[in-house]
Design a binder for this molecule. Structure first.
Ligand SMILES: Cc1cc2nc3c(=O)[nH]c(=O)nc-3n(C[C@H](O)[C@H](O)[C@H](O)COP(=O)(O)OP(=O)(O)OC[C@H]3O[C@@H](n4cnc5c(N)ncnc54)[C@H](O)[C@@H]3O)c2cc1C
Length: 505
């Protein structure tokens, strides 16, 4: 295969997958008004990498086939390779301004991390480790867009997967035979499932003893027999025009609940089955979890740069940029965006080498610190920009149709004023700002940035487990050991009272 193009990707999505929206099954996501523009955005990413001007930067030659595939699949061996790969992924993120959270490079990064951890997995279960390695090569060599569903659907979170009143509330093993396993149940939350090629089903959340039936990890094509993709409301579908909803009309990556109705998974795609340790270790003992979340930080740097440009433009359009308080807010936002960039740099420069010395992967300490900080930073960042904007985000014509009305258009021209642009320019900009900051699409992004890697108590748990506590503790123990009651009293010629007088025995 020559390098994958947008047309190749769109063709691959016409595969009979079972996507459901508004009570109906969707025949072709690439042409349906609820999904077609998001599909086209992903296609543009593949066209960008296939452009002869970008091919060297964006792709590398598969060691198996020699064909060029996305750098997202590359197994970095050094800091320099990691930085070159990051530059490519950042170019990709700029095409969607950081709004496509589960773009093709997200899970590709995670699968690459799993592959880097092959020796660890082989130590646990050689056959399943071979399946991970084989699938990585299969997906890489076809430059597949893989997404994932690795969280059990919400139900009663105080109870385990097996205690939800339905043994198949979450994906569980039904049966196994010589060909593979059969699975049934639900998973959340398949972002990009409508427009990816395959899905990784697994468990990033710990399972309890006795829940072995749920301890699975595997990949299947999104048109696998029995796999249902239950879409949430489409923001693209309710976007009235590119002028009114410039972001949600093109960048609604969609989220969906998966239902697997006795889906058959062949053994060469089963990475863990009835194995709680393996299903967790493929993420956390290998560089997988840090690798896909490192990609998320590359994307977030781009998104914050984009939002910062919106913040400054609001101040310019409204003529408030010279006010000291406004500059202070812009300075604060710029400092926060710069801090996230600096943390990305630290994730890279403090990276680690796999135990076999073969690969270089992102620093666990700095990656988890960045996740903890950014999942709470995002909403404050957006809120500060909304504070700069005032009612300008709402003081807008109902739709582009108002500009076509000879009666209404003159009133728009008289009420939409700015020192730096005309009425059309002002409305155009503030419609985009609302789509990024306040629309239903924007609100979904607020939820995404808070939860895409897990709730905050989960990320803080990762941080707790990966912080090198010994550094500070060595200092603390050093100073505590440098004095005691006896040595301090001795300085004034005294000594401690007999301990037994204080009740100690
Ligand atoms: C827009 C969006 C897109 C997503 N895309 C994907 C995707 O593509 N693939 C995927 O697999 N997942 C995806 N997710 C799902 C995401 O992984 C989960 O939302 C996340 O792991 C949090 O789990 P939860 O939603 O079940 O929240 P819960 O675990 O139910 O937590 C919600 C809140 O309940 C409280 N809580 C729950 N349990 C505890 C506890 N044990 N101790 C203390 N407090 C607790 C906390 O206040 C917590 O913030 C996405 C989520 C969103 C919002």
């Amino acid at each position: 295969m020559a390098v994958k193009t947008g047309a190749d990707h769109l063709k691959s999505l016409r595969d009979g997958r079972a996507v459901y929206l508004d009570g109906k099954r969707i025949d072709d996501v690439t042409t349906h008004p609820a999904f077609r523009n998001a599909c086209a955005t992903i296609a543009a990413m593949y066209d960008y990498q296939a452009d002869p001007a970008n091919i060297e930067k964006m792709t590398f030659a598969s060691p198996t086939t020699g064909d060029r595939v996305s750098r997202a699949w590359e197994l970095q061996r050094s800091l320099a390779e990691m930085q070159a790969r990051r530059d490519a992924l950042m170019d990709w993120a700029r095409l969607h301004f950081g709004f496509m959270g589960r773009s093709p490079d997200f899970i590709a990064s995670g699968l690459a991390g799993m592959r880097m951890g092959y020796p660890i997995l082989a130590g646990l279960d050689k056959k399943r480790a071979d399946a991970v390695r084989g699938y990585y090569e299969f997906a890489r060599d076809r430059d597949l867009f893989v997404t994932y569903g690795v969280v059990n659907p919400q139900g009663d979170r105080s109870k385990g997967a097996s205690d939800q009143g339905d043994a198949f509330h979450s994906v569980a093993v039904v049966d196994e035979d010589a060909a593979g396993i059969t699975v049934r149940g639900g998973k959340m939350l398949g972002t990009s499932a409508i427009m990816a090629n395959e899905v990784f089903i697994g468990n990033v959340v710990p399972l309890r003893d006795g829940e072995e039936n749920y301890a699975v990890a595997f990949c299947v094509p999104l048109n696998a027999k029995g796999l249902k993709i239950l879409s949430r409301k489409s923001y693209e579908g309710s976007a009235t025009s590119a002028f009114d909803n410039p972001l949600s009309s093109r960048l609604d990556e969609n989220d969906a609940v998966f239902w697997l109705e006795d889906v058959k998974v062949p053994w060469d795609r089963v990475f863990a089955t009835r194995d709680i340790k393996m299903s967790r270790d493929i993420f956390h003992a290998t560089p997988a979890h840090v690798s896909h979340n490192y990609q998320s930080q590359i994307r977030l740097v781009v998104k914050l740069q984009f939002l910062l440009a919106i913040a400054r433009r609001i101040a310019e359009v409204n003529g408030i940029i010279a006010f000291p308080q406004v500059r202070e807010t812009l300075g604060k936002l710029a400092a926060q965006a710069t801090m996230v960039e600096a943390m990305l740099s630290a994730i890279e420069t403090s990276g680690q080498t796999t135990a076999d010395g073969a690969y270089y992967y992102p620093s666990r300490q700095f990656l988890y610190a960045t996740l903890c900080v950014t999942q709470t930073l995002y909403n404050g960042f957006v809120n500060d920009i909304r504070e700069l904007a005032g009612g300008g985000l709402i003081m807008l014509p109902s739709s582009i149709e108002d500009f076509a009305s000879p009666e209404i258009a003159p009133w728009i021209r008289r009420t939409q004023r700015s020192g730096v642009t005309d009425a059309e320019g002002r409305v155009k900009f503030f419609k985009l700002a609302w789509d990024a900051l306040g629309s239903e699409f924007a609100s979904r992004h607020a939820q995404y940035e808070m939860f895409y890697v897990g709730a905050s108590f989960v990320t803080r748990g990762y941080m707790f487990a990966n912080y090198p506590w010994a550094k500070g503790e060595a200092m603390l123990d050093g100073i505590l050991e440098s004095y005691d009651v006896a040595s301090e009293l001795a300085k004034t010629g005294r000594k401690p009272a007999d301990r037994r007088d204080g009740g100690e025995r």
